[in-house]
Design a protein around this ligand. Sequence first.
Ligand code: CIZ
Length: 303
Amino acid sequence: MNIEALKNEIYKLKREKNALIVAHNYQIDEVQEIADFVGDSFYLSKVCAERPEEVIVFCGVHFMAESAKILSPHKKVLLPEIDAGCPLADMVTAEDVENLKKKYPDYSIVCYINSPASVKAKSDVICTSSNAVKIVREFPNDKIIFLPDKNLGSFVRKQVPEKDIILWEGFCITHYKIKKEDVEKAKSLHPNALVLVHPECRPEVVELADFVGSTKQIIDFATASKEKEFIIGTEMGVLYSLKKLNPDKKFYILHPGMICPNMKKNTLQSVRDALLYERYQIEVEEEIMQGAKRALAKMLEMG
Ligand code: CIZ
């Protein structure tokens, strides 16, 4: 089936099933194009909870669809490719958290949203890359274990030096590819461009950036900026919104390998199949669901 025919079938199935399609900023362009909403994982989960549709196709990776299910337990949440996982999320388990709690009983666990629901359920509060600094700074304990991303954690540690922060050793395999030399090279090729990077990058890369933020913050920053050229240090999918919102600006990707293989698994074909066969349904065990919901609610309460 050609692209136009596939898109038309998706729109038809979407109407018939009264479904909502949401796509993460890292999805392939065609998938972002047919989505009702595009954004970061937490924004999309909130949209799913607020909207009336009972069937949600979440074009992202597993932990994202899980977060949507936790906030909308009665809806049918579908992930088009069931093996679209997140290696970073898989770098910590619920058992690891149990062991940390035994070893450091006075510490509170701040868990990045890139984590399995079972890990969220054992954490004190969740954070996103947009609010990690605020959550750690304002959490009512000076002793924090931050997991699973050591790079986001070390970015937070720099901004909140007054707290004692233990880091877990996880990292994003895609952001980890960017090295200091890549930034230096990109800057010399594009001397007028600002460098915008994600806090999942290595500390020495973050150090050289003009701006550090989540996908949404990078898109908002470039859109509000009077500058015309930007070097982008995150997954390539963000270029879709950056270019759409800023047709007069230039964007250069910091490293050619900024492609998350898992995010790229969802295709128009798998979105169409998800709608047609109502697959793959995301389920979360009740006890885990309640624990993860409590930790997410704590984040919301903290603003
Ligand atoms: O939470 C998200 O959506 C992720 C993984 C990154 C971001 O900065 O939006």
